[in-house]
Design a protein around this ligand. Structure first.
Ligand SMILES: Nc1ncnc2c1ncn2[C@@H]1O[C@H](COP(=O)(O)OP(=O)(O)O)[C@@H](O)[C@H]1O
Ligand SMILES: [Mg+2]
Length: 222
């Protein structure tokens, strides 16, 4: 499971995360909702090992992040965590295939296996016909499906998504959500997704409502 205990963080003495605690059972999907500026992205960055809390503990599937050196944290992130953003963050000079392959290159996976895994996952997200395209040649929905493949190619145990449908129309947003639900079930991935959309919360098991750096309410929805 993913467990956060008494996590606090300030920016220039201004508290952003305020003694925050919660846990997510392995394989469950949680929607994180709350007003702009309440600390959602900061929390995701701490869980993803991009940022660190000032106090408290973050444990991800048995690994306590605050006990890791920055090298160990980078390794843990590359091996166990996937991330999806609102604005896709694909590498613009790399093709669809190369974008999805990149995390496996960082892990030193050999070429033949990389090719097999990338093509299999691009098939799963419905983009096998776009392998040679550059990100600028894709629609928003296609870019987000590439980003999903890139986030899952190394088979992470935790997927962090920051408003993944925020820049998509409702049809493409629904496709992306269906994929996230299917793939997280199939690969038994824990998902924490920041969202403003009730549609997005539909695929989740629980909704966390956040305000002023704390989780105010946890609603079970199925
Ligand atoms: N790197 C940073 N330096 C200083 N302040 C920051 C930084 N990142 C975020 N903040 C501040 O922390 C608060 C929470 O931001 P954020 O986590 O992005 O909120 P949310 O994602 O819920 O909109 C905001 O007031 C924001 O201005
Ligand atoms: Mg944010």
């Amino acid at each position: 499971m993913v467990q956060v205990v008494h996590l606090s963080k300030s920016y220039q003495l201004r508290p952003v995360l305020n003694d925050l605690s919660f846990y997510i059972e392995t394989g469950k999907r949680v929607a994180l909702v709350g007003p702009s500026g309440c600390g959602k992205t900061t929390l995701l960055n701490c869980l993803g090992g991009i940022d660190r809390g000032d106090r408290g503990s973050i444990e991800i599937h048995g690994c306590k992040l605050e006990e890791l050196s920055s090298e160990e944290l980078t390794k843990m992130r590359r091996e166990n965590i996937g991330t999806i953003f609102q604005f896709f963050h694909l590498l613009p000079t790399l093709t669809v295939f190369e974008n999805v392959e990149f995390p496996l290159q960082l892990l030193g996976v050999r070429s033949a296996e990389r090719k097999e895994r990338v093509l299999e996952l691009l098939d799963r997200v419905g983009l096998l016909h776009r392998v040679k395209a550059l990100p600028t040649q894709l629609s928003g929905g296609e870019m987000q499906r590439v980003a999903i493949a890139r986030a899952l190619i190394h088979r992470p145990s935790l997927l962090l998504a920051d408003e993944p449908t925020g820049n998509l129309d409702s049809v493409n947003g629904a496709k992306v959500l269906d994929l996230l639900a299917q793939l997280s079930d199939e690969y038994h991935i824990t998902l924490l997704m920041v969202t403003h959309s009730h549609e997005a919360a539909r695929i989740c098991h629980t909704i966390f409502e956040m305000r002023d750096g704390v989780i105010m309410e946890k609603k079970e929805i199925r």
